[in-house]
Design a protein around this ligand. Structure first.
Ligand code: P71
Length: 463
């Protein structure tokens, strides 16, 4: 019999491994103790107690030899480091904005732009909230208004661009509060909390058309915009033949600036930036950064970190890289789909999101199904994941009541260039085990709740 002919061409990582970091396995007994001590919050586990760490793709990437070599070329001058100019020209080349303000990470940029553009009483429409982004918008006196399409809140909808803005919702808000109360639309590519879902070029173009006649700016959260560009290339008509590099630049061209957590797309462990086209906003941002981050040519980073980001930009747009990146996430997601485990569809760019509401349909949302599921996965195998549900959603800043998001998810997040397909297999098998035992599990209660971004430090106990 002829050997089976593959039905498709597989992707493979466009790199080989030069340095390895040993992983530690733990006993079930050890994990029982560790997660209890962590208050059943995976953020409070020590990484030494974790086997495969899928908490986040933020700052957990493996850098290339080219990036590491660049680290040795760090120019650690206080002012005017060579690496700043390299990063500035790379940002202009790949993102197309005029001015760059480096920050220590994404939220540093969010803080600065929110303080500059938002006045108390303003409204900021956006395609679903992100925790740190909304926190800074609220700290500046603004109110975030979700204007994402309804499909984004439905884990089963297979809409190819679940990150799209609902133009009717946006128009309604503009009519209701008036354009003067809307300094900018906060548009993310891809949308993390919706499950790593992309926005289409067609949609951002339409948002641009609607906002520009009212003088409303668009600030892009470009944290995972390269992953978004890949989805545009593979899903949006007319973009099949365009390069990732060209799509990324086109996406940014409909916006007035971006905040960026370099810890994702840029394949580094630390760093971020704010980029804008408006000279006055730039001048203000450059002045503010010296108060909160550091001088405007380093923004709280070392010269070597700026260099690693600049080099990461060259690598992030390589087609073979991005295909393998998304391919690995798809591989894990498809396995879970094949086993009929409920996950957010379509599979996202940076993570697979488990639908905890469906898996633990017997646990009330106020008893934290996603928090419980993340703890159970850790207990089973030492794989660390993250709650993205009622704990992450926090309390309404005006009423103080718990928000009840439609999506109650556990994020299984894949760092870039770090784990292999075998690690994905082990992870999927652990999730299956936990899924099969779902009926035996009870929810939890919160025993400690911090004021800001509570999910990071909250503690829980079994009910
Ligand atoms: C992620 C993170 C890191 C994180 C942040 C908050 C809670 C848990 C984990 C950070 C993002 C992000 C987007 C779309 C801005 C930031 C802030 N993501 N926008 O997903 O995903 O960037 O962490 O560099 O400050 O694990 P920063």
């Amino acid at each position: 019999m002829p050997y089976p002919k593959p039905s498709r061409r597989s992707w493979a990582e466009p790199f080989k491994i030069k340095v390895v970091e040993p992983l530690k396995t733990t006993t079930h007994e050890h994990r029982v103790k560790a997660i209890k001590e962590a208050g059943y919050n995976t953020f409070l586990l020590r990484s030494g107690d974790v086997y495969i760490d899928l908490l986040t793709d933020s700052g957990t990437n493996a850098m290339s030899d080219y990036q590491w070599a660049g680290m040795m070329l760090g120019d650690e001058a206080y002012a005017g480091s060579k690496n700043f100019y390299h990063l500035e020209s790379s940002m202009q080349k790949y993102y197309g904005y005029k001015y760059l303000v480096p920050t220590h990470q994404g939220r540093g940029a969010e803080h600065i732009i929110s303080q500059i553009l938002i006045k108390p009483g303003d409204y900021i429409p956006g395609n679903m909230y992100f925790t740190t982004t909304r926190e800074h918008q609220e700290l500046a006196g603004g109110t975030f208004v979700d204007v994402i399409i309804d499909e984004a809140h439905d884990s089963e909808s297979n809409h190819p661009f679940k990150g799209n803005v609902d133009l009717q919702k946006l128009e309604d808000l503009i009519k209701k509060v008036g354009p003067k109360k809307i300094p900018y639309a906060s548009v993310a590519a891809t949308v993390n909390m919706a499950g790593g879902q992309p926005i289409s070029i067609g949609n951002i173009k339409a948002v641009r058309k609607m906002t520009e006649k009212h003088g409303i700016k668009i600030i892009l959260d470009a944290t995972r915009a390269v992953e978004n560009a890949y989805f545009i290339k593979t899903r949006e008509k007319g973009y099949e033949k365009k390069s990732i590099e060209a799509i990324l630049k086109e996406l940014c061209s409909f916006t007035d600036g971006c905040t960026m957590s370099g810890k994702k797309d840029l394949l580094v462990n630390i760093g971020g930036f704010l980029a804008v086209n408006d000279k006055d906003v730039f001048d203000e941002a450059r002045n503010m950064v010296v108060v909160f981050e550091g001088l405007h040519t380093y923004g709280g980073l070392a010269g070597r970190d700026l260099e690693a980001m600049a080099r990461g930009m060259e690598e992030m747009v390589e087609e073979t890289y991005i295909r393998s990146r998304i391919g690995q996430v798809e591989y894990l997601g498809q396995k879970l789909i094949d086993w009929e485990i409920p996950i957010v569809r379509p599979i996202g760019g940076h993570a697979v999101f488990l639908d905890a509401k469906k898996i633990y349909s017997h646990i009330q949302q106020d008893q934290f199904p996603a928090q419980t599921l993340a703890a159970e996965i850790y207990l089973d195998s030492g794989v660390r994941t993250m709650e993205r549900g009622i704990v992450s959603a926090g309390r309404d800043s005006k009423t103080g009541e718990n928000r009840h998001p439609k999506l109650e998810l556990v994020r299984v997040t894949i760092p870039r260039r770090v784990y292999t397909q075998a690690h994905m297999d082990v992870t999927a098998e652990s999730i299956l085990e936990v899924y099969e035992n779902r009926k035996k599990v009870k929810g939890m209660r919160m025993i400690y709740e911090p004021k800001h971004l509570r999910f990071f430090q909250a503690k829980f106990a079994r009910t």
